[in-house]
Design a binder for this molecule. Structure first.
Ligand code: GLA
Length: 734
């Protein structure tokens, strides 16, 4: 049993993996938080309810003179009625008054995990994987019912949360904020880690001490964005990659979000996460309901590395869906960096011909195959094949690629519309716009209004027609600008601020229809590289293009940062030509070793390479095939950070610890710093491992405690891959 309820003390306790979480119902019905951390044995933790006493200037509710809300640790606090910290829920009633206080009504314990209406979410493969607690609460004055959901996974130290608000009264309610979760920690002595970035510099790791007041990461761009990822860690100050307590907070959502930590006057810390309240409001008419996205709360007492591994496992097994969930992903070649818009069928077939020699599985035709598109200034929305440019039909091209031995994939950017397109000329009102105001252009394009069902039907029909017209097994779904002029004619004025979220709901609906209609197509999400790397997209598409920056040295940081929150098998990573977005020259071995810590593929013009290069690629691809299952399904250990110096190292360890792959990168040669020592992680301390490239066999504990010296690296951007295989018998010791 994962969820316990003590009737006498009206206390709940949830056990998830190695974590426990507890809260209690006060006699007045307020829901006060008790505990979140490492597993504890007692079911009744009501003795922990210590805070909540009076503080000068704070007011107590009329029915609870013994406590005030501002100093209490609360589960899902409302606004305006005495808790002055960030609210989990804020609402306005018909007369303009604003304030919410939710009180316990009843609860249910469900086996497994229910889906969240119209939203992506983690799921159970079998009902015994999790239990879900649904706590019904209400504000009788408002006529607002809010059900708080807590799903405790048995195997993972993960609790996911969401809230469904329902108008059970007779008057409209305007929701001003509905956060997915709120956690009130009793202390404030924590650090916060987040992932910040920009285009071609995504997901850099930043860590700082919490301070009094609020600190947050978020997006108001209409998508999760390159700039701040919907992920944050709150950890003990002494937490490292390997040791200490870390709490992960992550959203299964692709739109505007906010993750906020507020340290209070009482030195407590409130963490809230959900849809960004800025630019949000939702009218709830009598009988209507509203569901928040899901929040994932991960716990680790094995440092930040332990937290990442838990999240990776959860997303690989309980978020990613469909045919490609566990299937070996193709090694692909994408023509974007090879040709940009300048290609025809012959050019693509020539690339495929060379690719076949190296063992590549799939060729992706990127931007430029539709409408009359030869640059980025037209045709988005006209998803009809430009046969004049290709020189043949799509079906013929796919057959020719197949004849070379490769599968065929294609690029789309469905959420955009070019002013210079037949679709825009026919339906100018389908672009997001504010009547009478000039619309902003981004990359020469407008954003299509995904709130409109006719838009989604049109896109479904156009994309389906293309996918059905040829043998297409992969689709790259791009999204290349932020949202502006976010308005949807047809919605009443009081619903104006719903458009941002309605856009995302529309997107998810279309993705659900398409992925259901084409279950065997491998979808890869993209947004100018990694501008929409989030769990919402990952639910529909098992991989996301990490960054338009394919420079391998920069990629060490981008992939290292991304691995904090996302599984390796979800990170699109390609070997580039050496000249794109960078003047840096690195060896194929280096570039490929970085790219293989991802989905692995190539993005270069193979027809311009020598046959020696082709042979080297072939040899690397053969090696990669041996490692691919371990990389895709193994546990990921970050040994050395590229943010801290010249050395980066990481490991993939099989679940049964029988095998491991260590990759070590030295980005620039450092004088008098040779034979670098790496202490390995994740091995079986009592197993003995054969270490490739070194003529010896060592036990796991020696390799983890004593370490392994890396060979001296000559020059900049050098790397080494070391395979460790547990072997039954001792061959040689050192
Ligand atoms: C975006 C993507 C690239 C490529 C181009 C095509 O920038 O990130 O990989 O597909 O669009 O226009």
């Amino acid at each position: 049993m994962a969820v316990f309820y003590d009737e006498n003390t009206r206390t709940f306790k949830l056990d998830a993996g190695k974590a426990s979480y507890a809260f209690t119902i006060t006699p007045q019905g307020d829901i006060f938080h008790l505990y979140y951390g490492a597993h504890v044995s007692d079911g009744d933790l009501s003795h922990l309810q210590g805070r909540g006493g009076g503080a000068s200037f704070c007011a107590s509710p009329a029915d609870a003179p013994e406590y005030n809300l501002d100093t209490s640790l609360q589960e899902y606090p409302g606004n305006g009625l005495g808790d002055f910290r960030v609210a989990a829920i804020a609402a306005e009633e018909a007369n303009g008054a604003s304030g919410v206080r939710l009180k316990y009504v009843s609860h249910k314990i469900l086996q497994g995990k229910p889906p969240i209406p119209s939203l992506p979410s983690t799921y159970c493969n079998h009902a015994d994987e999790a239990q879900t607690l649904a706590v019904a609460t209400q504000d009788a004055h408002l006529g607002l019912r809010v059900t708080l959901y807590y799903c405790a996974f048995a195997q993972y130290s993960v609790i996911t949360r969401w809230a469904i608000a329902e108008n059970i009264g007779a008057r409209p309610i305007k929701l001003q904020s509905v956060q997915s979760a709120c956690v009130d920690f009793d202390e404030s002595d924590y650090d916060m880690i987040s992932l910040h970035g920009a285009w071609i510099r995504e997901r850099a790791v930043e860590r700082h001490a919490l301070f009094h007041g609020t600190q947050s990461v978020g997006s108001k761009r209409g998508s999760s964005g390159h700039q701040l990822n919907p992920f944050a860690v709150i950890c003990r100050k002494d937490a490292t990659e390997q040791h200490g307590e870390a709490y992960g907070f992550q959203l299964v959502y692709s739109g505007n979000f906010c993750i906020e930590a507020e340290v209070s006057q009482m030195h407590t810390t409130r963490v809230t996460l959900g849809i960004n309240p800025t630019d949000f409001a939702w009218m709830l008419m009598p009988g209507e309901s509203f569901a928040s996205p899901e929040a994932v709360l991960g716990y680790s007492d094995e440092g930040i590395g332990g937290l990442s591994r838990t999240l990776h496992r959860l997303y690989r097994n309980n978020l990613i869906r469909g045919t490609w969930k566990h299937k070996t992903r193709p090694v692909l070649i994408n023509n974007w960096e090879a040709t940009y818009f300048d290609f025809d069928a012959d050019k693509l077939v020539a690339i495929a011909h060379e690719a076949a020699k190296t063992g590549i599985d799939l060729l992706v035709m990127d931007d430029g195959w539709f409408g009359v598109r030869n640059s980025d200034n037209c045709s988005l929305g006209d998803w009809t094949v430009n046969e004049d440019k290709l020189g043949c039909s799509l079906a013929t091209l796919a057959e020719r690629i197949k004849a070379e031995g490769l599968a065929f994939g294609i690029w789309f950017e469905p959420e955009m519309i070019s002013p210079d397109s037949d679709l825009y000329r026919a339906h100018p009102d389908w672009a997001l716009h504010i009547p009478g105001r000039e619309s902003s252009l981004g990359r020469n394009q407008y954003v299509i209004n995904m709130c409109l069902p006719e838009v989604r039907d049109n896109l479904f029909a156009q994309i389906s027609a293309v996918l059905s017209s040829a043998d297409i097994s992969y689709l790259k779904w791009d999204f290349n600008r932020n949202l502006t002029e976010v308005f949807s004619a047809g919605l009443p004025p009081e619903r104006g601020r719903e458009v941002w979220h309605r856009y995302i709901l529309g997107l998810y609906e279309l993705l659900e229809r398409l992925t259901e209609a084409f279950p065997d197509v491998l979808f890869e999400s993209c947004s100018g590289g990694g501008g929409r790397f989030d769990l919402g997209m990952l639910y529909y598409m098992p991989q996301t293009w990490c960054s338009d920056n394919t420079d391998a040295v920069d990629r060490l940081k981008i992939q290292y940062g991304t691995s904090m929150a996302y599984p390796i098998a979800s990170m699109g990573a390609h070997v580039q030509m050496n000249t794109i977005h960078s003047s840096r020259r690195t060896s194929l071995q280096f570039r490929a070793s970085v790219a293989m810590a991802g989905t692995f593929g190539y993005e270069l013009d193979l027809t311009k390479l020598s046959q020696d290069d082709i042979a080297e690629m072939k040899a690397f691809n053969e090696e990669f095939r041996k490692w691919q299952p371990l990389i895709a399904t193994g546990d990921f250990y970050r040994l050395e950070s590229p943010f801290e110096g010249a050395h980066t190292a990481w490991m993939f360890v099989a679940a049964d610890k029988s095998k491991a792959l260590l990759s070590y990168f030295c980005t620039f040669e450092t004088k008098n710093d040779w034979r670098h020592l790496l202490r390995l992680q994740g091995l079986n301390p009592t197993a003995r491992y054969h270490v490739s490239g070194y003529d010896f066999i060592l036990s796991g504990d020696t390799l983890m405690r004593g370490g392994l010296r890396m060979p001296k690296q000559q020059g900049d951007a050098a790397c080494v891959n070391v395979m460790l295989e547990a072997c039954a018998k001792l061959e040689k010791t050192r």
